[in-house]
Design a protein around this ligand. Sequence first.
Ligand code: ADP
Length: 453
Amino acid sequence: MLLVIVGLASAAIIVVNYYSIRILSGARAYNKGESEYSKGQKDAAASLTKYIYLGNEEDYTAFINNIRVCQGDRDARIALSLQVPDRDAAKRGFLQGRNHPADINVLIWVFVHFKSLPMFSKAVNIWVDGDAMVNELCQLGQQAHQKMLSGGITDAEKRTFLQSISSNSSRLTVLEQAFSETLGQISRTIALNVFIADVAIMLVIVVSAMLSANIMIRGLARSKKQIVDQNEKLQIINAELDKFVYNVTHDLRSPLASLSGLLDLIQHETDPEEMKPYILMMKDSLERQDKFINEMLDFIKSKHTGVQRQECSLPAIVDNVIAQNSHSRGVKIYKEIELDNIDSDALKIQVILNNLVSNSIKYSDSKKADRWVKVRTYRRATEAVIEVADNGIGIRQKDQDRIFDKFYMSGDNKHSAGLGLYLVKDAVTQLNGRIEVRSEPGESSTFMISLPY
Ligand code: ADP
């Protein structure tokens, strides 16, 4: 963008300066032409005066030759004022007017292009008046010559002639000065306008350069901020990774430690009846380890597979999840299915439901006689809602916003990874859905997933 602006501005400077130099050079050539014109007229007047006094034919010839200079310029002006300018006639006229051959083209160019411009046409009008004066001088010369040939000029006539020549010269001098002054005015106006145009163009260049520098600086600042942000993110990821490794190792070790403790106890036990509770505890430990490893696998899978949308049967997924959680020791699982097929990712819905149902069983309230989990699916406006409700231990209000964070375990819970709800939230987000929780500690918890339907 900056290059285009600078390119255009430079082209404008070149064009403006080229034409102004050409016009100024034309003005200079006209000034020079005017001085030749003036000199021709003055020499002609002097030769004619001499001729009238002395009667020498050479002086009359000199008069004719000098007056031809002004007539040449006049012919050029007439040729260029035509509807279709006659450039050849103008060239001949200007050469006769003793203009420098190298100036002829620019004299013609300026006249043709600017003749209708008020300032230039003012100069041309003065020129027309001057030519009328020259014509008058020419006629005076011819009259004097006629008189001279037909017997001579009387003293009284000589005085009259000289008065006429002098008055003609003075009037012409005034016109010549006015012509020069107008040309000077044209040159000054052009110089001022060129200066203004140059300043304006330079301003355009400077302002656009400043704007583009500003854009560049802001771009650099943005990318610096991006790098800093990325760095911060990497540090957070790094810290999370450390925490993750620590938690995973800890969670893998704790069931093994409890198993080894229980084995120690069994070793000293001989009564099979006494061994039973230990064996049940060992089974529980193994189940927890199995669940944890499954969660880890889900976590890794859901990180690596993107969303794979297809027609998936909600009733089948619900049945599958209930079957997987059939070891729900004392917790009844109910289902209320109103939705059939939805366009979504079956694996992710399975991960979501499995985590919610197994949490409901895990956090059931052992003090309650009737413990239950209810899975419901129904449609609300343009959404498919999957709801998992239980009458378990509930979640404290202050924990409800944080249970979806990675590794967050609420309350006094020290037996798990705190990964399940994080995975649930991650999967729901990937499916462009929302998750909400409502819970009354000691009473119930309800998780609601809304997916686009
Ligand atoms: P965890 O592996 O600890 O179960 P989750 O991310 O699945 O990890 O759950 C985070 C916390 O939310 C749990 O530690 C638990 O305190 C609480 N929680 C989750 N589901 C329920 C529920 N149905 N009833 C009561 N508390 C729950």
